[in-house]
Design a protein around this ligand. Structure first.
Ligand SMILES: Cc1cc2nc3c(=O)[nH]c(=O)nc-3n(C[C@H](O)[C@H](O)[C@H](O)COP(=O)(O)OP(=O)(O)OC[C@H]3O[C@@H](n4cnc5c(N)ncnc54)[C@H](O)[C@@H]3O)c2cc1C
Length: 437
Protein backbone atom coordinates (compact mmCIF):
# COMPACT_ATOMS: atom_id res chain seq x y z
CA UNK A 1 0.00 0.00 0.00
CA UNK A 2 1.30 3.50 -0.82
CA UNK A 3 2.41 5.54 2.12
CA UNK A 4 0.95 8.75 3.46
CA UNK A 5 3.60 11.44 2.97
CA UNK A 6 3.64 14.78 4.76
CA UNK A 7 6.06 17.46 3.61
CA UNK A 8 6.67 20.37 5.97
CA UNK A 9 7.78 23.35 3.87
CA UNK A 10 6.73 24.13 0.29
CA UNK A 11 10.26 25.34 -0.43
CA UNK A 12 12.58 24.24 -3.18
CA UNK A 13 13.38 20.95 -1.45
CA UNK A 14 9.80 19.99 -0.59
CA UNK A 15 8.40 20.94 -3.99
CA UNK A 16 11.06 19.01 -5.88
CA UNK A 17 10.43 15.98 -3.68
CA UNK A 18 6.69 16.11 -4.38
CA UNK A 19 7.32 16.58 -8.11
CA UNK A 20 9.55 13.52 -8.26
CA UNK A 21 6.82 11.46 -6.57
CA UNK A 22 4.07 12.75 -8.87
CA UNK A 23 6.21 12.32 -12.00
CA UNK A 24 6.51 8.67 -11.01
CA UNK A 25 2.78 8.18 -10.52
CA UNK A 26 3.00 7.93 -6.77
CA UNK A 27 -0.41 6.76 -5.60
CA UNK A 28 -0.28 7.63 -1.91
CA UNK A 29 -1.50 10.84 -0.30
CA UNK A 30 0.93 13.80 -0.37
CA UNK A 31 0.26 16.79 1.88
CA UNK A 32 2.45 19.90 1.87
CA UNK A 33 2.12 22.26 4.83
CA UNK A 34 3.61 25.76 4.64
CA UNK A 35 3.34 28.84 6.81
CA UNK A 36 3.55 31.10 3.73
CA UNK A 37 1.15 31.75 0.89
CA UNK A 38 0.34 30.12 -2.42
CA UNK A 39 2.01 31.75 -5.45
CA UNK A 40 -1.11 33.69 -6.40
CA UNK A 41 -1.22 35.49 -3.04
CA UNK A 42 2.44 35.70 -2.06
CA UNK A 43 3.78 39.26 -1.86
CA UNK A 44 7.29 40.40 -2.89
CA UNK A 45 7.98 41.36 0.73
CA UNK A 46 7.45 37.72 1.76
CA UNK A 47 10.98 36.80 0.78
CA UNK A 48 11.37 33.62 2.78
CA UNK A 49 7.99 31.89 2.91
CA UNK A 50 5.40 30.48 0.52
CA UNK A 51 5.47 28.45 -2.68
CA UNK A 52 9.12 27.59 -3.55
CA UNK A 53 10.18 29.10 -0.22
CA UNK A 54 13.18 31.42 -0.16
CA UNK A 55 13.93 30.12 -3.66
CA UNK A 56 10.64 31.66 -4.86
CA UNK A 57 11.79 35.26 -4.42
CA UNK A 58 15.50 34.59 -4.80
CA UNK A 59 17.61 35.49 -7.77
CA UNK A 60 17.10 32.04 -9.23
CA UNK A 61 20.74 31.32 -9.85
CA UNK A 62 20.93 27.58 -10.29
CA UNK A 63 24.49 26.58 -9.54
CA UNK A 64 25.74 23.32 -10.98
CA UNK A 65 28.77 22.12 -9.07
CA UNK A 66 29.16 19.94 -6.01
CA UNK A 67 31.54 22.42 -4.34
CA UNK A 68 28.79 25.07 -4.28
CA UNK A 69 25.57 25.27 -2.30
CA UNK A 70 26.20 22.95 0.62
CA UNK A 71 26.44 19.22 1.08
CA UNK A 72 25.23 16.80 -1.54
CA UNK A 73 28.02 14.59 -2.80
CA UNK A 74 28.93 13.45 0.69
CA UNK A 75 25.62 11.59 0.76
CA UNK A 76 25.41 10.19 -2.74
CA UNK A 77 28.73 10.71 -4.54
CA UNK A 78 29.73 13.09 -7.31
CA UNK A 79 27.96 11.48 -10.29
CA UNK A 80 24.64 11.02 -8.55
CA UNK A 81 24.83 14.57 -7.16
CA UNK A 82 25.26 16.04 -10.64
CA UNK A 83 22.41 13.92 -11.95
CA UNK A 84 20.11 15.11 -9.14
CA UNK A 85 21.02 18.75 -9.76
CA UNK A 86 20.24 18.22 -13.47
CA UNK A 87 16.75 17.18 -12.49
CA UNK A 88 16.24 20.35 -10.44
CA UNK A 89 17.39 22.57 -13.30
CA UNK A 90 15.10 20.66 -15.69
CA UNK A 91 12.18 21.24 -13.32
CA UNK A 92 12.80 25.00 -13.24
CA UNK A 93 12.97 25.12 -17.05
CA UNK A 94 9.95 22.88 -17.45
CA UNK A 95 7.63 25.24 -15.55
CA UNK A 96 9.24 28.39 -16.98
CA UNK A 97 6.99 30.37 -19.35
CA UNK A 98 10.05 31.11 -21.56
CA UNK A 99 12.65 28.41 -20.85
CA UNK A 100 14.87 29.71 -23.65
CA UNK A 101 15.55 32.78 -21.49
CA UNK A 102 17.31 30.75 -18.80
CA UNK A 103 20.91 31.65 -19.54
CA UNK A 104 23.96 29.67 -18.56
CA UNK A 105 27.26 31.26 -17.59
CA UNK A 106 30.13 28.77 -17.68
CA UNK A 107 33.61 30.27 -17.26
CA UNK A 108 36.45 27.95 -18.27
CA UNK A 109 39.60 29.65 -16.94
CA UNK A 110 40.66 32.01 -14.16
CA UNK A 111 41.42 35.40 -15.73
CA UNK A 112 44.95 36.69 -15.16
CA UNK A 113 43.85 40.09 -13.88
CA UNK A 114 42.47 38.68 -10.60
CA UNK A 115 45.78 36.97 -9.80
CA UNK A 116 47.59 37.00 -7.41
CA UNK A 117 44.91 38.45 -5.13
CA UNK A 118 42.04 36.04 -5.68
CA UNK A 119 41.16 32.64 -7.03
CA UNK A 120 37.95 32.23 -9.07
CA UNK A 121 35.76 29.19 -8.64
CA UNK A 122 34.77 27.89 -12.05
CA UNK A 123 31.34 26.33 -12.34
CA UNK A 124 28.25 26.68 -14.56
CA UNK A 125 25.26 28.64 -13.30
CA UNK A 126 21.83 29.04 -14.87
CA UNK A 127 20.15 32.34 -14.18
CA UNK A 128 16.35 32.31 -13.97
CA UNK A 129 15.67 35.81 -12.54
CA UNK A 130 13.35 36.80 -9.70
CA UNK A 131 10.42 37.97 -11.81
CA UNK A 132 10.11 34.68 -13.75
CA UNK A 133 10.24 32.68 -10.55
CA UNK A 134 6.72 33.76 -9.68
CA UNK A 135 5.41 32.49 -13.03
CA UNK A 136 7.35 29.27 -12.57
CA UNK A 137 5.91 28.89 -9.08
CA UNK A 138 2.34 29.32 -10.40
CA UNK A 139 2.80 26.76 -13.19
CA UNK A 140 4.50 24.32 -10.85
CA UNK A 141 1.78 24.73 -8.24
CA UNK A 142 -0.95 23.99 -10.82
CA UNK A 143 0.88 20.84 -11.89
CA UNK A 144 1.04 19.51 -8.33
CA UNK A 145 -2.52 20.50 -7.42
CA UNK A 146 -3.87 18.97 -10.65
CA UNK A 147 -2.11 15.76 -9.72
CA UNK A 148 -3.71 15.52 -6.32
CA UNK A 149 -1.13 17.08 -3.98
CA UNK A 150 -2.90 18.71 -1.07
CA UNK A 151 -1.50 22.06 0.11
CA UNK A 152 -2.13 23.62 3.52
CA UNK A 153 -1.10 27.29 3.23
CA UNK A 154 -0.62 29.85 5.98
CA UNK A 155 -0.31 26.92 8.34
CA UNK A 156 2.57 26.94 10.79
CA UNK A 157 3.71 23.58 12.06
CA UNK A 158 4.63 23.92 15.73
CA UNK A 159 5.04 20.33 16.92
CA UNK A 160 6.09 17.05 15.39
CA UNK A 161 5.78 13.89 17.45
CA UNK A 162 8.35 11.63 15.86
CA UNK A 163 7.34 8.72 18.09
CA UNK A 164 3.66 9.02 17.17
CA UNK A 165 4.25 10.02 13.54
CA UNK A 166 2.05 13.09 13.83
CA UNK A 167 2.41 16.73 12.72
CA UNK A 168 0.53 19.54 14.50
CA UNK A 169 -0.12 23.00 13.08
CA UNK A 170 -2.22 26.12 13.46
CA UNK A 171 -3.98 27.85 10.60
CA UNK A 172 -4.56 31.60 10.18
CA UNK A 173 -7.50 31.58 12.54
CA UNK A 174 -5.37 29.85 15.18
CA UNK A 175 -7.32 26.67 14.74
CA UNK A 176 -5.35 23.54 15.63
CA UNK A 177 -4.85 20.76 13.07
CA UNK A 178 -3.00 17.49 13.08
CA UNK A 179 -2.10 14.80 10.61
CA UNK A 180 -0.32 11.49 10.86
CA UNK A 181 2.29 10.35 8.38
CA UNK A 182 4.12 7.26 7.25
CA UNK A 183 7.03 9.30 5.87
CA UNK A 184 7.83 12.89 6.82
CA UNK A 185 9.95 15.21 4.69
CA UNK A 186 11.17 18.14 6.78
CA UNK A 187 12.20 21.06 4.53
CA UNK A 188 11.60 24.26 6.50
CA UNK A 189 14.61 26.16 5.13
CA UNK A 190 16.14 29.11 6.90
CA UNK A 191 12.81 30.55 8.03
CA UNK A 192 12.28 27.39 10.05
CA UNK A 193 15.77 27.08 11.39
CA UNK A 194 14.70 27.63 15.00
CA UNK A 195 12.08 24.93 14.65
CA UNK A 196 14.62 22.44 13.30
CA UNK A 197 17.04 23.31 16.06
CA UNK A 198 14.28 22.88 18.65
CA UNK A 199 13.45 19.41 17.32
CA UNK A 200 17.12 18.45 17.37
CA UNK A 201 17.28 19.44 21.03
CA UNK A 202 13.94 17.91 21.99
CA UNK A 203 14.85 14.54 20.47
CA UNK A 204 18.50 14.77 21.33
CA UNK A 205 19.45 14.13 17.71
CA UNK A 206 23.12 13.42 17.05
CA UNK A 207 24.64 16.18 14.88
CA UNK A 208 27.62 16.83 12.59
CA UNK A 209 30.04 19.71 13.32
CA UNK A 210 29.61 23.00 11.39
CA UNK A 211 31.57 26.15 10.64
CA UNK A 212 30.55 29.81 11.04
CA UNK A 213 29.55 31.54 7.77
CA UNK A 214 29.30 35.28 8.21
CA UNK A 215 30.20 38.53 6.47
CA UNK A 216 28.62 41.47 4.67
CA UNK A 217 26.66 42.18 1.49
CA UNK A 218 28.81 44.32 -0.79
CA UNK A 219 27.20 46.64 -3.35
CA UNK A 220 28.67 48.85 -6.08
CA UNK A 221 27.87 50.11 -9.58
CA UNK A 222 28.23 47.20 -11.97
CA UNK A 223 30.68 48.79 -14.40
CA UNK A 224 33.51 48.38 -11.88
CA UNK A 225 33.14 44.58 -12.10
CA UNK A 226 32.01 44.23 -15.73
CA UNK A 227 35.28 42.66 -16.88
CA UNK A 228 34.75 39.78 -14.50
CA UNK A 229 30.97 39.55 -14.96
CA UNK A 230 31.57 39.02 -18.69
CA UNK A 231 33.52 35.90 -17.74
CA UNK A 232 31.31 34.69 -14.91
CA UNK A 233 27.87 36.10 -14.01
CA UNK A 234 27.90 34.73 -10.46
CA UNK A 235 31.63 35.09 -9.92
CA UNK A 236 33.05 33.44 -6.83
CA UNK A 237 36.30 35.10 -5.83
CA UNK A 238 37.91 33.21 -3.01
CA UNK A 239 40.95 33.08 -0.79
CA UNK A 240 42.01 30.69 1.96
CA UNK A 241 44.07 30.99 5.12
CA UNK A 242 44.37 27.33 6.05
CA UNK A 243 46.64 27.95 9.04
CA UNK A 244 44.00 30.28 10.55
CA UNK A 245 40.97 28.11 9.69
CA UNK A 246 39.52 30.99 7.65
CA UNK A 247 38.40 31.20 4.05
CA UNK A 248 36.49 33.94 2.23
CA UNK A 249 34.44 33.98 -0.91
CA UNK A 250 32.22 36.32 -2.81
CA UNK A 251 28.78 34.75 -2.67
CA UNK A 252 25.57 35.01 -4.68
CA UNK A 253 26.46 37.80 -7.11
CA UNK A 254 23.58 39.76 -8.64
CA UNK A 255 23.92 42.04 -11.64
CA UNK A 256 22.05 44.28 -14.08
CA UNK A 257 18.83 44.70 -12.08
CA UNK A 258 20.36 43.81 -8.74
CA UNK A 259 18.77 44.60 -5.42
CA UNK A 260 19.83 44.06 -1.85
CA UNK A 261 17.19 42.20 0.17
CA UNK A 262 16.58 42.16 3.89
CA UNK A 263 16.41 38.67 5.34
CA UNK A 264 14.76 38.60 8.73
CA UNK A 265 15.84 35.64 10.82
CA UNK A 266 15.12 35.35 14.53
CA UNK A 267 13.80 38.92 14.43
CA UNK A 268 17.19 40.30 13.33
CA UNK A 269 18.09 41.96 10.07
CA UNK A 270 20.62 40.30 7.82
CA UNK A 271 21.15 40.88 4.11
CA UNK A 272 21.10 38.97 0.86
CA UNK A 273 20.49 39.99 -2.75
CA UNK A 274 18.50 39.15 -5.84
CA UNK A 275 18.26 40.28 -9.44
CA UNK A 276 15.35 40.80 -11.79
CA UNK A 277 15.34 39.97 -15.49
CA UNK A 278 12.90 42.56 -16.74
CA UNK A 279 14.68 45.58 -18.27
CA UNK A 280 12.26 47.86 -16.41
CA UNK A 281 14.13 47.07 -13.23
CA UNK A 282 17.66 47.64 -14.56
CA UNK A 283 19.73 49.67 -12.10
CA UNK A 284 23.20 48.63 -13.31
CA UNK A 285 24.25 47.62 -9.84
CA UNK A 286 26.14 44.59 -8.60
CA UNK A 287 25.83 43.06 -5.16
CA UNK A 288 27.35 39.99 -3.58
CA UNK A 289 28.10 38.58 -0.16
CA UNK A 290 31.65 38.58 1.15
CA UNK A 291 31.30 35.55 3.35
CA UNK A 292 33.92 34.17 5.70
CA UNK A 293 33.96 30.54 6.72
CA UNK A 294 35.43 30.34 10.21
CA UNK A 295 36.41 26.95 11.53
CA UNK A 296 37.24 26.02 15.08
CA UNK A 297 34.73 28.30 16.84
CA UNK A 298 33.07 26.47 19.67
CA UNK A 299 29.29 26.48 19.27
CA UNK A 300 29.31 28.24 15.89
CA UNK A 301 25.55 28.70 15.83
CA UNK A 302 25.41 30.63 19.11
CA UNK A 303 28.48 32.66 18.15
CA UNK A 304 26.87 33.71 14.84
CA UNK A 305 23.57 34.56 16.54
CA UNK A 306 25.34 36.72 19.12
CA UNK A 307 27.35 38.59 16.50
CA UNK A 308 24.25 39.22 14.37
CA UNK A 309 22.32 40.48 17.41
CA UNK A 310 25.05 42.98 18.21
CA UNK A 311 25.13 44.22 14.61
CA UNK A 312 21.64 45.73 14.77
CA UNK A 313 20.89 49.44 15.08
CA UNK A 314 18.90 50.89 17.98
CA UNK A 315 15.76 50.76 15.85
CA UNK A 316 16.45 47.08 15.11
CA UNK A 317 17.71 47.33 11.57
CA UNK A 318 20.92 46.08 10.05
CA UNK A 319 23.78 48.48 9.30
CA UNK A 320 25.12 50.14 6.17
CA UNK A 321 28.59 51.56 5.74
CA UNK A 322 30.04 53.34 2.74
CA UNK A 323 32.88 55.79 2.28
CA UNK A 324 30.78 57.69 -0.29
CA UNK A 325 27.33 56.21 -0.98
CA UNK A 326 23.85 55.93 0.53
CA UNK A 327 21.84 52.69 0.79
CA UNK A 328 20.07 51.74 -2.45
CA UNK A 329 16.40 51.15 -3.06
CA UNK A 330 14.53 47.89 -3.47
CA UNK A 331 12.93 46.90 -6.77
CA UNK A 332 9.70 48.39 -5.38
CA UNK A 333 11.57 51.69 -5.03
CA UNK A 334 11.61 51.62 -1.24
CA UNK A 335 14.89 52.34 0.55
CA UNK A 336 16.66 49.15 1.63
CA UNK A 337 16.12 49.11 5.37
CA UNK A 338 19.51 49.72 6.96
CA UNK A 339 20.97 52.24 9.38
CA UNK A 340 23.90 54.13 7.87
CA UNK A 341 26.95 54.20 10.12
CA UNK A 342 30.13 56.28 10.05
CA UNK A 343 33.84 55.42 9.93
CA UNK A 344 33.94 55.80 13.70
CA UNK A 345 31.05 53.32 14.15
CA UNK A 346 32.98 50.76 12.12
CA UNK A 347 35.34 50.40 15.07
CA UNK A 348 32.58 48.79 17.08
CA UNK A 349 31.58 46.59 14.11
CA UNK A 350 35.19 45.39 13.86
CA UNK A 351 35.24 44.68 17.60
CA UNK A 352 32.04 42.64 17.33
CA UNK A 353 33.64 40.43 14.69
CA UNK A 354 36.44 39.68 17.19
CA UNK A 355 39.25 40.45 14.78
CA UNK A 356 37.81 38.54 11.83
CA UNK A 357 36.67 41.73 10.08
CA UNK A 358 40.30 42.35 9.04
CA UNK A 359 39.83 39.62 6.45
CA UNK A 360 36.89 41.53 4.95
CA UNK A 361 38.82 44.83 5.00
CA UNK A 362 41.68 43.14 3.14
CA UNK A 363 39.27 41.54 0.66
CA UNK A 364 37.79 44.95 -0.19
CA UNK A 365 41.24 46.60 -0.36
CA UNK A 366 42.41 43.94 -2.79
CA UNK A 367 39.27 44.30 -4.90
CA UNK A 368 40.21 47.96 -5.26
CA UNK A 369 43.53 46.84 -6.75
CA UNK A 370 41.95 44.32 -9.12
CA UNK A 371 39.10 46.64 -10.14
CA UNK A 372 40.87 50.03 -10.19
CA UNK A 373 37.80 52.20 -10.87
CA UNK A 374 36.12 50.94 -7.69
CA UNK A 375 37.97 53.26 -5.29
CA UNK A 376 35.42 54.42 -2.64
CA UNK A 377 32.37 53.82 -4.83
CA UNK A 378 30.91 50.94 -2.79
CA UNK A 379 28.89 50.16 0.32
CA UNK A 380 28.37 47.21 2.64
CA UNK A 381 25.21 46.00 4.35
CA UNK A 382 26.07 44.37 7.67
CA UNK A 383 25.68 41.52 8.44
CA UNK A 384 25.08 38.73 5.94
CA UNK A 385 24.98 35.34 7.60
CA UNK A 386 24.43 31.74 6.59
CA UNK A 387 23.17 30.21 9.80
CA UNK A 388 24.32 26.66 9.69
CA UNK A 389 22.19 25.06 12.32
CA UNK A 390 23.67 21.93 13.82
CA UNK A 391 23.24 19.38 11.04
CA UNK A 392 21.36 16.35 12.28
CA UNK A 393 23.09 13.10 11.58
CA UNK A 394 21.25 11.28 8.79
CA UNK A 395 21.44 8.01 6.97
CA UNK A 396 23.33 9.04 3.83
CA UNK A 397 21.23 6.78 1.60
CA UNK A 398 17.93 8.60 2.23
CA UNK A 399 18.61 11.60 4.53
CA UNK A 400 16.52 10.01 7.28
CA UNK A 401 17.34 10.73 10.90
CA UNK A 402 19.45 7.96 12.33
CA UNK A 403 17.02 7.73 15.28
CA UNK A 404 13.79 8.09 13.25
CA UNK A 405 14.11 6.37 9.86
CA UNK A 406 10.82 7.71 8.46
CA UNK A 407 11.77 11.38 9.06
CA UNK A 408 13.88 12.89 6.27
CA UNK A 409 15.61 16.25 6.64
CA UNK A 410 16.21 18.14 3.36
CA UNK A 411 17.43 21.47 2.01
CA UNK A 412 18.68 24.31 4.17
CA UNK A 413 17.17 22.52 7.19
CA UNK A 414 19.83 19.86 6.67
CA UNK A 415 23.03 21.01 5.02
CA UNK A 416 22.13 22.80 1.77
CA UNK A 417 22.78 26.47 1.08
CA UNK A 418 21.20 26.96 -2.30
CA UNK A 419 18.46 26.07 -4.71
CA UNK A 420 19.95 23.23 -6.74
CA UNK A 421 21.34 21.37 -3.75
CA UNK A 422 18.12 21.81 -1.74
CA UNK A 423 15.99 20.59 -4.64
CA UNK A 424 18.39 17.72 -5.27
CA UNK A 425 18.15 16.57 -1.66
CA UNK A 426 14.35 16.57 -1.97
CA UNK A 427 14.52 14.44 -5.11
CA UNK A 428 17.04 12.10 -3.50
CA UNK A 429 14.62 11.38 -0.65
CA UNK A 430 11.67 10.95 -3.04
CA UNK A 431 13.66 8.43 -5.08
CA UNK A 432 14.24 6.39 -1.95
CA UNK A 433 10.56 6.46 -1.00
CA UNK A 434 9.65 5.37 -4.54
CA UNK A 435 11.87 2.29 -4.22
CA UNK A 436 9.57 0.88 -1.54
CA UNK A 437 6.19 1.79 -3.03
C1 LIG B 1 16.93 36.84 -1.16
C2 LIG B 1 17.49 35.46 -1.39
C3 LIG B 1 18.15 35.19 -2.59
C4 LIG B 1 18.68 33.91 -2.82
N1 LIG B 1 19.24 33.67 -4.04
C5 LIG B 1 19.66 32.42 -4.31
C6 LIG B 1 20.15 32.10 -5.60
O1 LIG B 1 20.15 32.93 -6.50
N2 LIG B 1 20.62 30.84 -5.83
C7 LIG B 1 20.59 29.87 -4.86
O2 LIG B 1 21.02 28.74 -5.13
N3 LIG B 1 20.09 30.13 -3.63
C8 LIG B 1 19.62 31.37 -3.34
N4 LIG B 1 19.08 31.63 -2.11
C9 LIG B 1 19.01 30.52 -1.14
C10 LIG B 1 17.88 29.55 -1.52
O3 LIG B 1 16.69 30.27 -1.74
C11 LIG B 1 17.69 28.51 -0.42
O4 LIG B 1 18.92 27.85 -0.23
C12 LIG B 1 16.62 27.48 -0.80
O5 LIG B 1 15.39 28.10 -1.09
C13 LIG B 1 16.44 26.48 0.33
O6 LIG B 1 15.41 25.60 0.00
P1 LIG B 1 14.58 24.87 1.15
O7 LIG B 1 13.51 24.10 0.48
O8 LIG B 1 15.50 24.17 2.05
O9 LIG B 1 13.95 26.04 2.02
P2 LIG B 1 13.05 27.26 1.55
O10 LIG B 1 13.06 27.39 0.08
O11 LIG B 1 13.46 28.40 2.37
O12 LIG B 1 11.58 26.82 1.97
C14 LIG B 1 11.23 26.55 3.30
C15 LIG B 1 9.71 26.66 3.42
O13 LIG B 1 9.35 26.16 4.72
C16 LIG B 1 8.30 26.95 5.23
N5 LIG B 1 8.32 26.84 6.70
C17 LIG B 1 9.31 27.19 7.56
N6 LIG B 1 8.97 26.89 8.82
C18 LIG B 1 7.72 26.36 8.77
C19 LIG B 1 6.81 25.88 9.75
N7 LIG B 1 7.12 25.84 11.05
N8 LIG B 1 5.61 25.43 9.34
C20 LIG B 1 5.26 25.43 8.02
N9 LIG B 1 6.09 25.90 7.05
C21 LIG B 1 7.30 26.34 7.41
C22 LIG B 1 8.58 28.35 4.73
O14 LIG B 1 7.38 29.10 4.67
C23 LIG B 1 9.20 28.10 3.36
O15 LIG B 1 8.24 28.22 2.32
C24 LIG B 1 18.55 32.89 -1.83
C25 LIG B 1 17.89 33.16 -0.63
C26 LIG B 1 17.35 34.43 -0.41
C27 LIG B 1 16.63 34.70 0.89
Amino acid sequence: MSKNIVIVGAGVAGINAATKLIDNNYKGKITIIDMGKDPHKRLPSEVMTGMLGAGGWSDGKLTYHTAIGGQLKKYCGEDKAMQLMDQVITNFKRFHPKPEEVQCSNPDAEPDFIKPYFGLRLFPVWHVGTDYLLEIAKNWYSYLVNNGVQFEWESKVHTIEFKENTVYWKDLTNKEWQQSYDELIFGVGKSGIDFGKGLAEQYNLPTEPKSVQIGVRFEAPQHHFQKLIDISYDFKLYRKFDDKGVSLRSFCTNNNAAYVAVEETYGNYTYNGHAKKDERYRNDMTNFGIIMELNGIEDPFTWSRDVVKQLQSIDNKGLYYSPSRKPSTTSENEPVEAFQISDADMTSVRRTFEGYFNYIDDFIDDMKKVFPTLKDDWGIYIPEVKYLSPEPLVDYTNLALTKYPNVHFVGDALSARGITVSGAQGIYVAEDILKYN
